[in-house]
Design a protein around this ligand. Structure first.
Ligand SMILES: [Fe+2]
Length: 89
């Protein structure tokens, strides 16, 4: 949620309206299935944020690149946490 707020604030600063359409929610049948989905979602976010960082750097938008670099660090930690959880079940 903190990430969404930070991204929305950055988009507002840039004069862009963020989407209000949420993605469908996946509910797994088991804990293992839910964690596997979380890992995939984190991998998708990591890939997306790396693309955004590259685009921001190309545009010379240092603030956006820095914001997404920080968020990327958090997502990589989440990914690591879910990998560890999956190994424990
Ligand atoms: Fe995450």
């Amino acid at each position: 949620m903190k990430h969404a707020e930070a991204i929305a604030e950055r988009l507002a600063y840039l004069g862009v309206t963020p989407t209000t359409k949420p993605e469908p929610i996946f509910v797994g049948e088991s804990l293992k299935e839910m964690i596997e989905r979380d890992i995939k979602d984190e991998e998708g976010a990591i890939k997306l944020y790396k693309t955004i960082i590259g685009a921001a750097q190309k545009e010379g938008d240092i603030t956006t690149a820095r914001l997404f670099t920080k968020i990327l660090e958090d997502e990589e930690e989440h990914h690591d946490t879910f990998i560890s959880l999956l190994e424990e079940i």
